[in-house]
Design a protein around this ligand. Structure first.
Ligand code: NAP
Length: 233
């Protein structure tokens, strides 16, 4: 009897917070996981932790703010015969300035990480998904990026998350076959970014993330989700 293939998921910013828990929970569903992080030491320790819990997790360096780093990671994986079936664009930074207090350098760094990061990883891994006829892209966004809600919250962060919504919709319309491209809002979550007062756990955040990364063929695409429910862009 032929079983279903073991899929491989790649998570950016997997060394802490929602990304780290996503690696754990994706592995718990039976996926092989590539935990990526920009720092060799932090990434290595995070992957070792998950392997010590019994999960199939390997580490690769990837700084999403660097085109060279993303391409090099994709080339290392390809040369090791690792194909990425599910891509979780989780890495992000959160500058807190208002619009008129946001400097050019802050905006540039936020665009490099929160928008060009997912742009680069999609360009690196979605062609392989299209060639194999299967893929899941999960863009971890925020309700702060909601155009409908007026892009509330910090400026550079909200603008780049709104742009991530546009990236999601545009790519979702370009892919073919069983390739799905969705975005999600994890809510306000207790991490270094969200702070200790946040009401939601990383486990709650990852429920929708893992669901989108493992959607069946008749699952949704081109959507923005919170707690598995579609929400306005
Ligand atoms: P976090 O605790 O601050 O973790 C951010 C992760 O992104 C870290 O692993 C960090 O790595 C990584 N990262 C930052 N820049 C990177 C780069 N250039 N290359 C690779 N990795 C990079 O944040 P979080 O709360 O887990 O947030 C995860 C996602 O959820 C983000 O997309 C965020 O916007 C979204 N989100 C979070 C909340 C919340 O309340 N926490 C709410 C809405 C949306 P280092 O350790 O090297 O810095």
């Amino acid at each position: 009897m032929v079983g279903s293939p073991v899929r491989t998921a790649l998570v950016t910013g997997g060394n802490r917070g929602i990304g780290f828990e996503a690696c754990r929970e994706l592995a718990m569903t039976g996926l092989r996981v590539v935990l990526t992080a920009r720092d060799q030491g932090r990434g290595t320790r995070a992957a070792e932790q998950l392997r010590s819990e019994g999960w199939d997790v390997r580490f690769e360096v990837m700084d999403v703010a660097s085109a060279e780093s993303v391409i090099a990671c994709a080339e290392r994986l390809a040369s090791n015969g690792v194909a990425i079936d599910a891509l979780v664009n989780n890495a992000a930074i959160y500058p807190t300035d208002r619009f008129l207090a946001t400097g050019e350098e802050t905006m540039r760094e936020t665009v490099e990480t929160n928008l060009l990061g997912p742009f680069r990883t999609c360009r690196a891994f979605v062609p392989g998904m299209l060639a194999r006829g299967y893929g899941r892209v999960v863009n971890v966004s925020s309700d702060i990026g909601s155009i409908n809600a007026g892009v509330p919250g910090p400026a550079a962060y909200g603008i780049t998350k709104a742009a991530l919504h546009a990236l999601t919709r545009r790519l979702a319309r370009e892919v073919r076959g069983d390739v799905k491209v969705n975005a999600m809002s994890p809510g306000w979550v207790r991490t270094d970014m969200g702070g200790a007062a946040a009401p939601r756990s990383v486990e709650q955040a990852c429920d929708t993330l893992v669901w989108l990364a493992t959607l069946p063929a008749d699952g949704p695409t081109d959507g923005l989700f919170f707690d598995r429910r579609p929400i306005p862009w």
